[in-house]
Design a binder for this molecule. Structure first.
Ligand code: HEC
Ligand code: HEC
Length: 257
């Protein structure tokens, strides 16, 4: 299963190339950043990426979260979800692309992750008063339908702030091992696609402002939707300085599939 998850993470690199140079441990990846589509960066990633991916593979195998919903497209109806998402469209956009940076986009998000979050608003693990109200109105089937609809939409690419790319990329790809901060890439993947099977969220292309806010909620212990995942995001977020959160969320906003 973990192996499939990794090929899923690599698959989206239609325009990028992953080439083996000397060994599997020496890769050069080309990723595109920037809304203007002109800024290309070449990332020389040595053993780190391979190590992080192997880490993610065993992690996904060992830590299948208990009690969390897995996968999910088969559990919902895209057509029914489109109807049922009309109340959500004002903020999340008719196609799941929100135009306000405080409101998360849901386009292309893994259905099981969306359902987990709606349940987290219902059971108090996430607090936002508006979302608690909207989530409470939904049955479980409504959640799967809406999640299938949003999951089937395409996320609009966004850019990263150029002066934050270097620092953001360093944290995303390498973490800060001396301070116990793991590389985000280990769980969220090279393009920020997350992990469909383990319901790790897609974060590449998400609004930086929303991500910064939610990282601060994790750090403050106000967002506890990672309870069934050994509090992994609370543990990561509380170690990051605010400028680091700003850099890494800006970088992630610039990642494209
Ligand atoms: C008035 C604006 C508004 C409306 C309408 C709204 N939302 Fe939200 N939604 C938000 C905001 C703001 C957040 C982020 C809140 C937070 O920080 O927890 C959010 C968060 C979410 C999340 C978590 C996203 C993530 O990446 O973790 C999901 C899922 C979601 N909304 C689904 C829905 C659905 C489904 C509906 C309709 C039934 C809906 N929302 C209606 C504003 C709205
Ligand atoms: C060990 C695995 C792991 C690592 C490492 C990790 N994450 Fe996460 N991340 C997760 C999981 C699982 C969730 C969903 C948890 C939940 O349901 O609240 C998540 C959620 C998030 C979210 C919220 C997404 C949303 O739509 O609300 C953001 C933002 C995020 N991670 C950013 C990062 C960044 C930045 C790093 C590196 C500094 C990082 N993560 C490292 C596993 C990980």
């Amino acid at each position: 299963m973990g192996r499939d998850a990794i090929s899923v993470q690599f698959a989206p690199h239609r325009e990028g190339k992953i080439r083996e140079i000397d060994s599997v441990h020496q890769m050069i990846r080309r990723g595109r950043l920037g809304a203007d589509r002109s800024l290309w960066i070449t990332v020389a990633a040595t053993g780190l990426v391979a190590a992080a991916l192997i880490g993610a593979e065993s992690f996904a195998q060992e830590q299948q979260p208990q009690g969390q919903q897995q996968q999910g497209f088969e559990r919902g109806s895209v057509e029914a979800g489109q109807q049922k998402s009309q109340t959500c469209a004002a903020c999340h956009g008719p196609d799941g692309n929100s135009v306000t940076p405080e409101w998360p986009s849901l386009a292309g998000q893994h259905p099981a992750y969306i359902v987990n979050q709606l349940q987290a608003y219902k059971n108090g693990e996430r607090q936002d008063p508006g979302m608690v109200g909207f989530a409470s109105m939904l049955t479980e089937q409504d959640m799967w339908d809406i999640a299938a609809y949003y999951g089937a939409q395409s996320l609009t690419p966004k850019g990263a702030q150029p002066d934050l790319v270097t620092r953001g990329e360093e944290l995303y790809r390498a973490g800060a091992p001396e301070r116990g901060i793991p590389a985000c890439i280990a769980c969220h993947g090279p393009a920020g696609d997350g992990n469909f099977l383990a319901a790790y969220p897609r974060i590449g292309g998400q609004h930086a402002t929303y991500m910064l806010n939610t990282m601060q909620d994790y750090a403050a212990g106000e967002r506890r939707s990672d309870t069934d995942y050994n509090q992994m995001m609370r543990n990561v977020a509380e170690l990051l300085l605010e400028e680091e959160m700003r850099a890494v969320t800006s970088y992630v906003q610039g990642l494209t599939q």
